[in-house]
Design a protein around this ligand. Structure first.
Ligand code: ADP
Length: 439
């Protein structure tokens, strides 16, 4: 570094010494002075170039410099190139981090040591109502003012907090957790657990419903057993009646348990759908006979097999679904009512339907009928031996067969329950037994 700037000074000194014998002392000093002023002007010029460049330093406009300045310029150029490479690397890492943050399914907020927002991802903007640009540097508790949230942050606990948040789309359950890191900094995480909470509520309701359904028959059976035990001399007629009622209650419990097992089998992921060729017309003829027995001559039941087509699916499951729809029609249709069982193509789709002239259903109940234990008239369902699970089973079976349940009903006039199957469920029309068969 020292050699380069000193070299021209030494050169000027040497020139003055050479001139000394010829020009004398004054002449030599004049040569030295001119050379030094020239050098000074050269440095001032380079310095002013560098100063001007430093006002807007850019790699492309860096002055090349002359003499010792050339060396300084090349050194600066190297440094600037390294800096630019580091900046590019950091920029790429930052944009990767931001992309990852934006892709996270959960909300993330980074707080500094005094609880001010340093950064948040789009999910956090959505869940906590933040704005990354506007709110950076603000205290999070000034923006998210929910008292539970404010208390949770000040308590400094690691346990998650469940918050009910009102949003335009409806209510959301948010699990919030703060995680300390890097000294006194904190990460605030938020996860949408609405679906999970809903499932949990459904599960709790289901257990409560099952217990309730079992308690009534158990109480009846228990009561009769106690009475019989307390009797010194059992009255044969009363004993017979008690046994008959106990039998009814136990068969009700058996039906309930069987329906519960069917539902759990249908829901099990370990139980894939059996893909058999199902002879629907034959199955419906058998179900028609069962319906006659169940009705005991109280209804006029007809069967219309407009198509002989078969279905691809599980014989057992389809029998259970169709059987449930037919038995509902019998159970919810008063004496002398009419019931029609139909299999055919409707609007281009294979459709199984049961139409009755029964009590019908008010429109507000229709969407909820397939929920477990949902009944319009609880006592009528019980009187006729219903478990409240029939239509839930139908819905599951149909959804496993990619079919849909269509319910039309007019209170006091009757209902039509239709199962509409997609074309993918048709057994090819060339099936030897399916072509042209009819009842
Ligand atoms: P349940 O065992 O009570 O019959 P389901 O799940 O089969 O249970 O049916 C749910 C409710 O739907 C019934 O309680 C009844 O109120 C109503 N429902 C079902 N089918 C009919 C029908 N064909 N006519 C009138 N109401 C019906």
């Amino acid at each position: 570094m020292w050699g380069r700037p000193l070299y021209p000074v030494l050169l000027a000194g040497c020139a003055a010494l050479v001139c000394w014998p010829v020009l004398g002392t004054q002449g030599a000093l004049a040569v030295l002075g001119v050379a030094l002023v020239g050098l000074l002007l050269h440095h001032l010029r380079n310095l002013s170039h560098l100063y001007r460049w430093s006002q807007r330093p850019q790699l492309e406009t860096l002055p090349t410099g002359t003499g010792a300045w050339e060396y300084l310029s090349s050194h600066l150029l190297r440094m600037l190139k390294q800096q630019r490479a580091t900046e590019t690397r950091l920029g790429e890492a930052l944009s990767r981090f931001q992309l990852a943050g934006a892709a996270l399914p959960d909300a993330v907020v980074i707080l500094d040591t005094s609880g001010r927002i340093e950064w948040c991802n789009p999910r956090a903007e959505e869940y906590f109502g933040l704005d990354n640009r506007r709110d950076t540097g603000q205290q999070i508790t000034y923006i998210v003012r929910n008292p539970q949230f404010v208390e949770y942050l000040s308590a400094n606990t690691g346990e998650p907090l469940v918050l009910k948040v009102l949003r335009r789309e409806g209510e959301m359950m948010l699990a919030v957790q703060q995680v300390p890191y890097g000294g006194n900094r904190r990460l605030v995480l938020g996860r949408d657990i609405t679906r999970w909470e809903r499932l949990e509520t459904t599960r709790r309701d289901f257990v409560a419903n099952v217990s309730h359904e079992l308690r009534t028959p158990l109480t009846v059976v228990g009561g009769f057993l106690e009475t019989l035990e307390d009797m010194d001399k059992p009255d044969p007629e009363m004993t017979r009646r008690a046994l008959e009622l106990m039998r009814q209650q136990t068969s009700r419990m058996t039906r309930l348990v069987e329906d519960l097992l069917t539902l759990s089998r249908l829901e099990s992921t370990q139980n894939p759908l059996r893909e058999e060729d199902v002879d629907v017309p034959e199955m419906l003829r058998a179900l028609y006979q069962d319906a006659q027995v169940l009705s005991g001559g109280r209804h006029r039941i007809r069967i219309a097999l407009d198509s002989g087509e078969w279905l691809k699916g599980s014989t057992e499951e389809l029998r259970s679904a169709f059987g449930n729809l037919i038995s509902n029609a019998v159970r919810y249709t008063p004496e002398r009512g009419e019931i029609e069982i139909r299999w055919g193509v409707r609007d281009g789709h294979l459709t199984f339907s049961v139409q009755d002239t029964g009590i019908g259903i008010e429109p507000q109940h229709i969407d909820r009928l397939t929920e477990r234990f949902y009944r319009v008239d609880r006592s009528r369902s019980r009187e006729t031996g219903g478990t409240g699970l029939g239509l839930a089973i139908v819905k599951h079976v149909l959804s496993r067969h990619n079919a849909r349940l269509d319910i039309r009903s007019t209170p006091g006039k009757g209902s039509t329950f239709s199962s509409v199957f997609p074309d993918t469920r048709r057994v090819s029309a060339s099936h030897p037994l399916s072509a042209g068969a009819s009842a």
